[in-house]
Design a protein around this ligand. Structure first.
Ligand SMILES: [Zn+2]
Ligand SMILES: [Zn+2]
Length: 313
């Protein structure tokens, strides 16, 4: 657990740090707040930690804050989404420089730079121990997958603006710098939802999840058990696309996030499930993710009333 620590950074205690350009950031609510009891024109936002603080400084009214959402009423001059605010954001180069200075100090820290929450994790051990039961002997077998130590810096919050810097064999690279499209490509799983109030721990866990979902041996065992078929919609890439689709499938980690820790051991059959790219995308639309059963039900419901129009998103 990273504690708030005293860190000397130039951007601390300063809403407009020197060298940080003021950017116009456009953002969308995750929905409207219920009319009752909030009245009309109140919106729900997912970046609760950040928005509940920075928007009231800009004429917004904070109606309510929950663990996952902030409900806010916009100022009269921009009543409808998409909303815009101007705010100082670090450049990519400055993000890397902050990561390097943090690395040099040699410890994890969290705090605030400019108006953004920041979490730096120093050289985290990401080794993974995988565990399964040997079907022949009935015994538990384990294997340790060593993963290089990695430091990472996260600035901002998902749902408004965020930057992520990771060390790639000793060199820091910017791996996320929004506003940019959410990455969800190829056979790997990029968590697009850094959890909300959970931001600090969530950022760390998201990396853990990625590691599990990318682990090739666990993935192989999972597919060996279920087949390379989407367990939510039954899509089989090879059946649909022929040879060019053979073996293509995402593997999703279904264990509740709260159970994931460095000591956590993956059971490729119980904890992992093959999903097609589309279903995987939908599963991660919510934090915590939808279950495979929920997706199956949603597809069945949709199939049952094909004439209803597209629903509001
Ligand atoms: Zn699917
Ligand atoms: Zn997933």
């Amino acid at each position: 657990m990273v504690k708030e620590t005293e860190i000397v950074e130039p951007a601390e205690n300063n809403h407009t740090p020197p060298g940080w350009p003021i950017e116009l950031i456009e953002f969308e609510p995750s929905g409207k707040a219920p009319k009752s009891p909030h009245g009309n024109g109140v919106y729900r936002f997912s970046a609760a930690l950040t928005l509940s603080v920075i928007l009231p400084r800009r004429g917004w009214t904070l109606i309510k804050q929950t663990k996952n959402y902030a409900y806010l009423r916009p100022p009269a001059d921009q009543p409808n989404p998409p909303f815009r605010i101007s705010i100082a954001v670090p450049t990519r180069a400055e993000c890397v420089a902050i990561a390097k200075r943090s690395q040099a100090r040699g410890k994890s820290w969290m705090g605030q730079l400019g108006e953004w929450p920041v979490l730096y994790i120093h050289e985290r051990n990401r080794d993974m121990r995988e565990m399964w039961r040997n079907r022949d002997t009935g015994k538990i077998e384990t294997i340790l997958h060593p993963v290089p130590l990695q430091s990472s810096l996260h600035i901002g919050e998902w749902g408004i603006w965020q930057a992520e810097v990771n060390d790639d064999s000793g060199d820091f690279v910017v791996t996320r710098f929004s506003p940019e499209p959410c990455p969800l490509e190829g056979a790997t799983d990029q968590p697009t939802t850094a959890p909300v109030v959970d931001l600090f721990e969530g950022a760390e866990r998201a990396v853990v999840l990625t590691t599990y979902e990318r682990n090739s041996e666990a993935r192989r065992r999972c597919i060996a058990h279920y087949g390379a078929t989407c367990q939510a919609c039954d899509l089989d890439y090879e059946k649909k696309y022929g040879a060019i689709g053979a073996g293509l499938i995402h593997v999703h980690h279904i264990t509740p996030i709260s159970r994931v820790s460095q000591e956590y051991q993956v059971d490729p059959v119980r904890d992992l499930v093959p999903l097609c790219a589309t279903c995987h995308h939908v599963v991660h639309r919510r934090e915590p993710p939808y279950t495979v059963l929920e997706i199956r039900r949603a597809i069945a419901e949709r199939a049952a009333c094909p004439l209803s129009g597209p629903r509001e998103i």
